[in-house]
Ligand binder design. Structure first.
Ligand SMILES: [Zn+2]
Length: 476
């Protein structure tokens, strides 16, 4: 604890120096920003223990009630008064009330990785030496209630951090209170590379060592996935996002696990087998799947079958459009997935399948099947002038969040007629995948013992428009 006390004032001094420096400079008048009501100083430490020392400076306008969303590794927070005296505060179910007269809150978040690669340590901390991955919500104590006008200054020192947000020139993150609520994934230390697609940039942190892979090859893999996103959306959905790549033992699959967190902008993290090769990464679907989640709004309340369905459907379609897989391979992947979904679903209706979120195979693939049905239906009623991507494009103009009803309304707008509710209620009420066979027949997708064959059929033109993407109207 002494080491922590010794280093915090230095962080405060550094902060003062930086803000004074900014005031004394000759910058033209910037729009005035409300003064921050909270200041966070995060300091990486090695001794006596690896971890993050966090100091929160409270101002008279600061909230007094705080909480840890995931209280696991911190049980004591120190409240420091103006005279320097401090008092240990115990957390109750992650919650904490700050006594009056408190100037600072301080605590230490240990970084340790007893068993690397588990999904749990993905949030609470996975890494090695001085390169660490941790979810913001695991280590950040945040106000229990965040008002829209709450401003937060945030600084990290003694390590190179890759946070979802862009710091100013002085390294200061000027955040809104809600950034502490949806704080995304954070990376500390490690190496960096960059991937570009159009005008968008992916800032990448490599948090550990690969045996057979250069940093450039990792960034090339992510750039390929980002290019596949723009076979679905006209431009990459964000000008800048951050991706953390964490090598973990094992190589049976190139990427092992990935996730997007809804920070602003969203942040992506992926666990990758440390023995994987560039060749194996060409077969990976996880990076493009996670990035495809950027193409749809956040649905509130959550509708996992729809968002996972969209990402799962486009994962195969986009890789065909980019040429990473042939159309035949894409339909093989889709029909294999539908078969896995069907065996998970049994005789249950889609409504029964998606009611159980833990049944992820059923949820993902009934959702992907619905996305295919919806895409085909939109193309059919508009004589191939509109498609499911147009719905995503329209929703993107309406803001970062939507709802199932908002999604349905966008479908109907693009279709030019009511379509969504009837299709959805039909699909929900019948046994999942019950119309799959008829649909594949009409598309000319035949499942032979040796694999999928594509052939001429009443709707094979629609099928080719799906896996061929936007090229037809790009040419015209
Ligand atoms: Zn997903």
């Amino acid at each position: 604890m002494d080491a922590l006390k010794a280093m915090v004032p230095r962080a405060v001094l550094l902060f003062l120096a930086l803000t004074l420096g900014a005031c004394a400079g000759t910058r033209p008048a910037l729009p005035r920003r409300d003064p921050a009501a909270l200041r966070y100083y995060v300091t990486y430490t090695r001794e006596p223990q690896r971890g993050l020392g966090v100091e929160i400076v409270l101002l008279p306008s600061s909230p007094r009630d705080f909480l840890f969303r995931q209280p696991e590794r911190v049980d004591t927070v120190w409240a420091v008064r103006k005279d320097g005296s401090s008092r240990a505060l115990r957390l109750h179910g992650g919650e904490l009330h700050v006594p009056s007269g408190t100037r600072f809150l301080r605590y230490f978040y240990p970084l340790e990785s007893p068993s690397r690669g588990g999904e749990r340590s993905f949030f609470s901390g996975v890494g090695e030496k001085d390169a660490w991955h941790v979810a913001g919500r695991a280590y950040l104590l945040r106000p229990r209630v965040v008002t829209p006008d709450l401003r937060v200054d945030f600084m990290v020192s003694r390590t190179d951090a890759l946070l979802p947000w862009l710091p100013d020139d002085a390294g200061l993150y000027r955040l809104r209170g809600e950034d502490l609520v949806d704080s995304g994934f954070h990376g500390f230390g490690g190496r960096r590379c960059e991937a570009n697609v159009g005008d968008a940039v992916l800032e990448v942190a490599l948090l550990g060592r690969f045996m057979h892979l250069s940093d450039r090859e990792v960034c090339d893999w992510l750039a390929q996935a980002a290019r596949e996103v723009i076979t679905v959306r006209r431009t990459f959905p964000h000008p800048r996002i951050t991706v953390r790549v964490v090598p973990v033992p094992g190589a049976e699959e190139p990427a092992l696990f990935g996730m997007v967190q809804w920070s602003s902008p969203p942040s992506i993290s992926i666990l990758v087998g440390q023995d994987t090769t560039a060749e194996a990464l060409r077969r990976d679907w996880i990076a493009v799947h996670e990035m495809l989640h950027l193409t749809h709004p956040t649905l509130m309340p959550r509708v996992a079958w729809l968002t996972e369905g969209l990402a799962t459907y486009y994962t195969e379609v986009a890789r065909a459009r980019s040429g990473r897989q042939t159309p035949r391979q894409a339909w093989q992947e889709l029909t294999d997935g539908f078969a896995r979904g069907q065996s998970a679903a049994g005789s249950r209706t889609m409504a029964e399948v998606v009611a159980r979120e833990g049944d992820w195979r059923g949820v993902y693939w009934t959702g992907a099947f619905f996305a295919l049905r919806l895409d085909l239906e939109l193309r059919r009623v508009t004589h191939n002038r509109a498609r499911l991507e147009d719905v995503l494009e329209l929703l993107a103009t309406q803001g970062p969040t939507s709802s199932l009803a908002g999604f349905g309304a966008a479908v109907d707008t693009v279709a030019g007629e009511p379509l969504f509710d009837a299709l959805l209620s039909h699909q929900l009420s019948v046994p999942a995948f019950s119309d799959l066979g008829t649909l594949l027949d009409r598309l000319g997708v035949r499942i032979d013992p040796g694999g999928v064959k594509l052939q001429a059929a009443p709707d094979s033109g629609l099928r080719e428009a799906v896996d061929g993407g936007r090229s037809s109207d790009d040419a015209g």
